[in-house]
Design a protein around this ligand. Structure first.
Ligand code: ADP
Length: 165
């Protein structure tokens, strides 16, 4: 049966997961049989949250969606996709500013593995200006972030910022 299932991966850093990410995950879960949220372990940018913390926050957010799971990955994304039998890479597109980088990556990944197709999903417009960096900045200065992340993530963010002083 594995071969008949449409499996998609949704890669990212998720530092932390936001309602924008969750919006994309929900849309993806309706389009594909399985969605694997693919948590990048080897990121150039030093994440605020550890891999385990980021994974825990994703797991909490996707808990209610039966065909979505999270897995860590290291190395080349298309290798991971092939290993999992995935034929689709999901990426979110918020604005023109996302386009150039996403376009380059999609074409490079196609060059590396022609059998894997990148699809772009647009979140609800209320999430188009959201990204993890902005949320961390707002939280660091004591701004209200509860409209942009789950309560679980909001608490973790507040905790983390208090610990960092
Ligand atoms: P990166 O892989 O650049 O570290 P992220 O981990 O933040 O990016 O995001 C993973 C994916 O989710 C990317 O495709 C990104 O465009 C998308 N994304 C991030 N924030 C949002 C949002 N608010 N709405 C829709 N898509 C988003």
């Amino acid at each position: 049966m594995q071969g008949h299932k449409k499996i998609a991966i949704y890669p990212g850093t998720f530092d932390p997961i936001t309602l924008g990410h969750i919006d994309i995950i929900e849309r993806g879960s309706k389009l594909f049989d399985e969605v694997i949220v693919t948590l990048a372990v080897n990121v150039a940018k030093e994440p605020l949250f550890s891999t385990s913390e980021r994974q825990q926050m994703i797991e909490e957010a996707i808990g209610g969606i039966p065909n979505v799971r999270v897995e860590r990955f290291e190395g080349l994304l298309v290798d991971f996709a092939e290993k999992k039998g995935a034929t689709v890479i999901i990426r979110g597109l918020r604005a023109i500013s996302d386009f150039e980088y996403e376009f380059q990556m999609a074409l490079m990944n196609r060059h590396l593995a022609d059998g894997i197709t990148t699809v772009f999903l647009m979140p609800h417009e209320k999430y188009t200006y959201l990204n993890s960096t902005i949320i961390k900045d707002v939280a660091a200065f004591g701004g209200d972030i509860r409209k942009f992340v789950t309560n679980f993530v909001a608490e973790k963010l507040i905790d983390k910022i208090q610990k960092k002083g």
